[in-house]
Design a protein around this ligand. Sequence first.
Ligand code: SF4
Length: 243
Amino acid sequence: MDLWGNEDWWDREAEEKKPPEETDYEGMEREFYHCRACPLRREGGHGPVLSTGPCPAPLMLVGEGPGSVEDEHGLPLIGPSGQLLDRALLSVGITRDHVYVTNIVKCRPRGNRTPTQQEGYFCASRWLVREIGLVKPKVIVALGKPALRFFLGREAGIIRNRGHWISWHGIPVMPTFHPAYLLRQEGHAQVEAKWAVYYDLMAARDKAAALAPDWVWKSGNVPDLTEMYAQRILMRKELAESK
Ligand code: SF4
């Protein structure tokens, strides 16, 4: 149900937002850093945070929004949650430099609050859909409730829906727990949630690998993410300062 009480608003809008046809990732990124389209830009963060990873890529992971570490450095999922995600990816044979990682909302909600469904939809329909059009993922992993709700087009809970494939404009989407949720769990509950994420990531990787059989999923050596991130930070600075 939306702000005005219209029950089917999300379904209708989600249908209308197909990934556009475009090819210039850098052009999109240059535009992106100047976005001031919604009030989140004024909540006190350092500016929009886009992505890490290659374009195109058969597997895209979509999180929630930047936290304080991500906001400061301008890269998604690089703080404690991101580091846990990296370890989860490694457990299914993927290194972070071989997948595309982004968020539903690109500006940091004040106080690390969860973005509302309206905020998620507003931002994702402007930027995430363009990223999907450019990255052309074969499979998307939705990390947590805000990402699930965008792709499902309606209110839904992550506990009930994780591990079940959904389809967004023909792209298979696997919902799973956000790594921040795993960090909040303790003891047996945390172990159970980690196993759930392991099986969800494994299913996503298997499907993506079947659809992109030539893709290499893992670097030979442990990748130097610091170097990769430094290059992205530099590029972000240059593009943000360009007109
Ligand atoms: S949250 Fe998204 S739509 Fe809002 S200002 Fe940031 S980039 Fe733009």
